[in-house]
Write a protein that binds this ligand. Structure first.
Ligand SMILES: Cc1cc2nc3c(=O)[nH]c(=O)nc-3n(C[C@H](O)[C@H](O)[C@H](O)COP(=O)(O)OP(=O)(O)OC[C@H]3O[C@@H](n4cnc5c(N)ncnc54)[C@H](O)[C@@H]3O)c2cc1C
Length: 233
């Protein structure tokens, strides 16, 4: 299978860095192909604006989604965005590797989504959710936290992690058609000892090698909603 890992951590020797290098090694030695976009190493520009495009439909008023639809027709995406789109087309499995920052994605990774997931090319015209462009592909979050699991339950002080990750899993991955696999989470990454970290690496290896046998998160389908996009009774 073809794995595309989008890696967002400023320190190569962080545990996130270890997880990405380890995933690459495990997957390659088991016959898979791997491409990594290491966003900090690439100095990926996360700011979404006119620089997303090589030409502009309306140079007097910038409206991103209008320009995205135009760029889709005229092949007008900037080279850095086009390269990432081609990696998305190429892969069978997309993985985001990141530390949880403010209950969400680090800005550089959110900016990658803002710029790369373009209307016309990646979604739009009725192509969303189970009718999305990437239907048949899988996506998974692999993240670290500083809080322990107990803080991220329904009765935990931070609230349920699956509710926290819903905007990414459902609002980004599922929206563009991916089957979304349950996240792999290293809890309390900075405070656990080396032994526990080694155990997490082994758990991650098992998750990666079992990816085809892992059931995706179940979301309602488009057919479950009426013409106002409300769940049918
Ligand atoms: C802006 C910001 C916002 C944040 N918001 C949140 C939040 O909302 N919720 C939350 O829970 N946390 C939050 N945090 C904390 C953050 O999520 C954690 O610091 C991060 O997840 C820890 O992962 P890391 O890869 O940076 O760990 P690191 O601290 O880089 O690594 C942990 C340890 O692992 C060691 N290590 C590396 N490789 C190996 C290896 N092969 N074997 C064994 N050990 C190894 C490292 O040397 C280090 O000692 C936030 C942090 C920032 C900066």
């Amino acid at each position: 299978m073809k794995f595309f890992i989008v890696h967002a951590h400023p320190e190569p020797n962080s545990f996130n860095g270890t997880l990405t290098r380890y995933a690459k090694e495990v997957l390659k030695t088991t016959g898979h192909e791997v491409i990594i976009s290491d966003l900090y190493a690439m100095q990926f520009n996360p700011v979404s604006d006119q620089r997303n495009f090589t030409s502009q439909k309306d140079p007097n008023y910038f409206k991103q989604q209008v320009e995205e639809m135009y760029a889709t027709v005229v092949d007008g995406f900037a080279p850095d965005i086009k390269a990432e789109m081609e990696k998305l087309d190429w892969c069978d499995v997309l993985i985001f590797q990141f530390p949880l920052w403010w209950f969400g994605l680090p800005g550089i990774l959110k900016g990658w989504v803002d710029r790369v997931f373009a209307m016309g090319r990646i979604y739009g015209d009725g192509r969303f959710y189970d009718n999305g462009v990437f239907q048949g592909k899988k996506a998974m979050l692999s993240l670290t936290t500083s809080g322990p699991l107990t803080m991220y339950t329904e009765i935990g002080i931070n609230g349920d992690i699956h509710t926290i990750l819903y905007p990414i899993n459902h609002g980004i991955f599922r929206f563009v058609g991916f089957d979304v696999l349950p996240p792999f989470i290293v809890w309390n990454a900075s405070r656990i000892g080396d032994e526990r970290r080694q155990a997490y690496l082994e758990e991650y290896k098992q998750r990666l090698l079992m990816i085809n046998a892992t059931p995706p998160i179940v979301y309602p389908t488009l057919a479950d909603f009426d013409e106002d996009f409300q769940l049918k009774q």
